[in-house]
Design a protein around this ligand. Structure first.
Ligand code: CAA
Length: 392
């Protein structure tokens, strides 16, 4: 007797970001750079910037709250929190989110780290848990603040954002197909030492390492029986800046010798152009943009196979595929995400630079921070060397 494999995948996906935004035209004007370099050369228009009462916990909680509002917490026994911007060397940031959201005690919470890749590791681990017990659902939260040095070439590729997604059996949005391709290579392209709030990056090397990771993961995907490139209908990439996805798409066409239309990737960039890099969240924000039709595209994607490329510098790469489910549109959140992007307050370059300087907090100095961002969750300061949060 044969049994049908259990369909496991993404049941719901919510995006969150910080409440302030910098126009890259303003940054270009300040630096005396042609704004077209950022808009066209990098494919970026804006970058979200956290206020002093916002961080990975507040953004992650905001995204996760919307998932719980729709589905409740029944069946959730695991929360995976993926981030590059860890706030503590020991405690998972997700434990703060667990408390803020009032999740049941009978839940395990773990943080995963591998630069921008960890949300994909979380999704695969979640699929394994659900294969063992299809009644369970796993809440994955990916939340990051991309911070580079002021006045560096990487500065316009900063940003801040989070996603929360529910992994379950019989998902409403997209089924995860079983074959994935992997590629790991130790490389000094981007990392963040424990004593630094900004990343160390070799920009040019990072771009070529990303492409090598992509083609390497693709080759492994094919060697394991993954579908031909012509059987993939859309491509979503990790987007440190959206032009990177375009470069990777071209590289895959060259690598496979198959012409790939630019539209297959262009429809995934609508949110990331406005949020900036959100590290672990970026690939899933690209997926949200595609499913929401945020690129102004109204195609029905039912049954479409989406190629997903996840890259974490250092480096770990994974290529896998999702298949969009019938009725997915009823589960998308385009209006909600558009509203939260539009609601951000524009800050000028001087104010952004002041916020950038606040990123480093000495944990030995108690500080109280008055909630001033409009969101529901706030970082309220440090007491007794621990970060404190509030809701409401
Ligand atoms: N009009 C239009 N385009 C222009 C222009 C103008 N006036 N002036 C320049 N450009 C174009 C350039 O031709 C170039 O395009 P191509 O790449 O297509 O050739 C593009 O703008 C960028 O310009 P530069 O090559 O001069 O690059 P830069 O010195 O400004 O640095 C960068 C770009 C290396 C990406 C830098 O922003 C950086 O270090 N960013 C952080 C690292 C990063 O994001 N790496 C991506 C891969 S690693 C990863 O994915 C993990 C992660 O999240 C960090």
């Amino acid at each position: 007797m044969t049994t049908t494999p259990l369909a496991i995948g993404i049941h719901d996906l919510a995006v969150a970001t910080a409440s302030s935004v910098v126009e890259l035209d303003d940054l270009a004007a300040r630096a005396g750079i042609d704004p077209a370099k950022f808009r066209i050369g990098l494919g970026q228009e804006q970058m979200s910037v956290p206020g002093q009462d916002e961080d990975i916990v507040t953004m992650g909680a905001a995204a996760a709250q919307r998932i719980l509002d729709r589905h409740g917490a029944d069946g959730i026994r695991t929360v995976f929190f993926a981030t590059e911007t860890g706030i503590d060397q020991s405690r998972a940031a997700g434990v703060h989110v667990h408390e803020l959201l009032g999740l049941p005690r009978s839940v395990r919470v773990v943080e995963l780290k591998q630069a921008c890749y960890a949300a994909t590791a979380a999704m695969q681990a979640a699929a394994g848990l659900i294969a063992r017990n299809p009644e369970e659902r796993v809440l994955v939260i990916a939340s990051d603040v991309a911070r580079y040095d002021l006045d560096s070439a990487a500065e316009p590729t900063q940003g801040a954002g989070a996603v929360a997604f529910l992994v379950s059996a019989d998902p409403a949005l997209a089924v995860l197909e079983p074959i994935g391709g992997l590629y790991t290579a130790e490389i000094d392209d981007f990392w963040r030492p424990n004593d630094s709030v900004t990343a160390v990056v070799d920009g040019k090397l990072s771009v070529s390492a990303y492409i090598d990771g992509f083609t390497g993961a693709w080759d492994d995907f094919r060697a394991r029986g993954g579908v031909d490139v012509t059987e993939i209908d859309r491509f979503c990439h990790h987007q440190p800046f959206t032009k990177m996805a375009v470069k990777a798409h071209r590289a895959l066409a060259e690598h496979t010798g198959v012409e790939l239309a630019p539209e297959l990737v262009a429809l995934t960039t609508g949110y990331n152009r406005r949020i900036g890099n959100s590290y672990t969240a970026s690939l899933y924000i690209a997926l949200a943009a595609l499913l929401d039709g945020a690129g102004g595209n109204d195609d029905d994607l039912t049954g479409a196979r989406i190629g997903m490329f996840s890259y974490g510098s250092g480096s770990v790469s994974e290529f896998f595929t999702l298949v969009v489910q019938p009725g997915y549109r009823a589960a998308t959140r385009g209006d909600e995400t558009a509203a939260l992007l539009d609601a951000r307050s524009r800050v000028d370059v001087d104010s952004y630079r002041e916020l950038h300087a606040l990123a480093h907090r000495d944990s030995t100095v108690d500080v109280e921070i008055a909630p001033d961002s409009p969101g529901e969750f706030h970082f309220t300061g440090i007491t007794g060397r621990a970060r404190r949060y509030s809701r409401g």
